[in-house]
Every structure is written in C-alpha cells, then in structure tokens.
Design a protein around this ligand. Structure first.
Ligand code: NAD
Length: 322
C-alpha cells in the first residue's frame, strides 16, 4: 500500500544498496591497485595518478665488478649498487674487509691484485660463472704514493704506481670489453681518474701522470667500443677523506693523528667553490651510480668531475661579483 512513509523507506533502502555496491566496487579497485603496486614496485601514485618510477631500483638485474671495492669509494659504490638491485663482485687485495662487505650486501668477493692481468680476468670470469654476464665494470682500484720533487723520483716506485693505476685499469677495460662484446648486450665501463688529472698541484707527479693517462685510455676505448653499445666513462673526484687521502695528508703535513674530519674541513674551506662543503664517499658513489644507470644511456667518452667546482673556477677574485 502506498503511503509517503513507505516511499521514503524504499528510497532509503535503494540508496543503502547503492552505497554498499559503490563501497564494494571501490574495495575491489583498491585491492586490484594494491596488488598491482605490490607486483610492479616501479609504479607509484602521485597526485592520484600512476607514475612510472625508475629511481627505486635503478640497477635491477645488473651484474657489476668493482676493483678496489673493499673500502673507501669502491665500498660505498658497492653498497649503492646493491641497494639498487645489482649483484656485485668486490675485487680487492684486502681479503677480510672485502669478504665481510660482500657478505653484507649479498655479493661475492675475490682476491684480485689489479697489477696481475690474470687476477682481473678471474674477477670477470666469476661474474660469468655466478650470473652468466657482466653489465658494469668499475675500475676503481688505485694508490697515491711517491710524493716529492721530480728531481728525486724513484723510478721503481713510479713504475709500480703506474702498474696499479694505469695497467690495472687497462686490464679491467680489456677483459670487461671481451665479455661484453661476446655477450652482445652492450655494457658500461667506468674508470677512476681524479681532479689531479685536470689541474696541476693536486697530487704527486706520478699520480697526476697516471690519472691523466686513464682519461686518454677511456676516450680511445670509448671510440672503439661504442659500436658494440659499450659506454666507457671516467669519474674524477676531489678531496674525499678516504684512507688514501687522509694517509697522504698525514704524510705530507707530518701530522700522524690527523682525522678524516680535519681533512674534510680543509677541503671544504680551501678546495671547493661550495664553501664549507666537502665531498662524502656517498657523493662519489651516487655519481658512479648515475653513470652506470640507464639514465646515462647516451653518455660515453665523458669525464664526470666531482669537485665542488674547484678545478673549473677560482674564487680568489670573487670580490669582483660584490
Ligand atoms: N679520495 C679521493 O679524494 C680521490 C680523489 C680522486 C680519485 N680517487 C681515486 O679513487 C680510487 C679509490 O680510492 P679511495 O680514495 O677510496 O682510497 P682507498 O685507499 O680507501 O681505496 C682504494 C682501494 O683500492 C684497493 N687497491 C689498492 N691497490 C690495489 C691493487 N693492486 N689491486 C686491487 N685493489 C687495490 C685498496 O685495497 C682499497 O680497497 C683510487 O683510484 C683513487 O686514486 C680518490
């Protein structure tokens, strides 16, 4: 029987059903979405839209070898690579440090003195045996050594430095290129140079020689390997308070107990256009990460300088801008 009260009740129950259906629909949509986000972690929501995010795991599925990866810049890079999904092989002569770092990032360690070509070849072969390929070779191992006047250089020490800093990198490029060419999937080779290659007075004579030689080698090999889709680049940091740099400061300034913080303070005050800011290991690792990633896919034969602008401009006459 019709009456006003029944009509209101009927309308109300239709409305309740409609609301319940809408809620159910939304619940399904949300759970479908959550499922999708869970399955595809590179999809994120921003302002209500689905946005492709490549920044989360930028080296997913990549295989990398890092020489000199047991400590310092190499170790920081190994961690950043692993956090970004790469499988990392640490090749170094510091067995204890290298092994514990490799264990902590789910990587592998191999004893590798870069002076010996066969050691470098073995490190690369380990990548093939472990994961069947090599995508990224970071030729990072290096030493400072042999300070003093050009008039007194000990040539035996110079030759040793060159055998680590230059031949070590040559071995890395040679064997990485062999397997990358064979794999036919391209690849990325990054070589450690230095601000000392760009500006005089920032390292010992043999060190500067070695680091500039690396840039020349990087350019010529990039030229040959580009046809195979292999990118070859250099990274040139400046003033990172690693064991190597702190050791050199202690030696040159005669202060045995100098701390990394003290070295960073000097670099920030006197070796950077970004006054008071000195580079961290992480700053360099992130730059290497960029070169290794697809975001740098069109960058080859490049030397990426990480020096707070120090080798590009002098602030001595900055009063002219006042
Ligand atoms: N610290 C800086 O400011 C700076 C600046 C420019 C370039 N670099 C370069 O960065 C690289 C890393 O240096 P770091 O500052 O992290 O110093 P570091 O001394 O902490 O690291 C060097 C690493 O290389 C390894 N290594 C040395 N000789 C080796 C060999 N023969 N075979 C295999 N591994 C070897 C060491 O065991 C160590 O793990 C070096 O090539 C260095 O020249 C450093």
């Amino acid at each position: 029987m019709y009456n006003k009260e029944n009509e209101v009740l009927l309308a109300y129950s239709f409305e309740v059903v409609a609301i319940k259906e809408r809620e159910e629909h939304v619940r399904h949509a949300v759970s479908r979405r959550h499922f999708r986000y869970a399955m595809e972690p590179h999809i994120v929501r921003r302002h209500g839209d689905d946005v492709q995010r490549t920044a989360s795991k930028r080296l997913m599925g990549k295989v990398a070898v890092i020489t000199g990866g047991a400590r310092g810049i190499g170790a920081a890079t190994a961690k950043v690579f692993a956090e970004n999904g790469a499988s990392v092989i640490i090749a170094d002569i510091l067995d204890d440090l290298g092994t514990s770092l490799a264990d902590s990032i789910g990587g592998r360690y191999i004893h590798c003195d870069v002076v010996n070509e066969a050691d470098v070849e073995s490190a690369i072969n380990l990548a093939l045996a472990w994961k069947g390929k090599l995508d990224i070779m970071f030729n990072n191992a290096g030493i400072s050594g042999t300070e003093g006047s050009i008039t007194n250089l000990d040539m035996e020490q110079v030759n040793y430095l060159l055998s680590v800093n230059v031949n070590g990198i040559l071995h890395g490029i040679k064997h990485a290129a062999r397997v990358m060419i064979k794999g036919q999937k391209g690849g990325c080779i990054i070589c450690m140079s230095s601000s000392a290659a760009i500006m005089g007075g920032l390292g010992s004579h043999p060190y500067s020689l070695s680091k500039e030689a690396i840039i020349g080698l990087m350019r010529s090999t990039a030229c040959e390997l580009g046809v195979h889709g292999i990118r070859v680049n250099c990274i040139s940091p400046h003033g990172v308070a690693s064991e190597m740099l702190v050791g050199a400061y202690r030696k040159v300034l005669g202060k045995k107990d100098m701390t990394p913080e003290e070295v960073s303070k000097i670099v920030g005050e006197r070796g950077s256009l970004l006054k008071g800011r000195s580079p961290s290991l992480e700053d360099v690792a992130q730059a290497v990460m960029f070169l290794a990633s697809e975001e740098a896919g069109y960058i080859t034969a490049h030397n990426l300088v990480i020096d707070g602008g120090f080798t590009s401009a002098s602030s001595n006459m900055s009063f002219i801008y006042q």
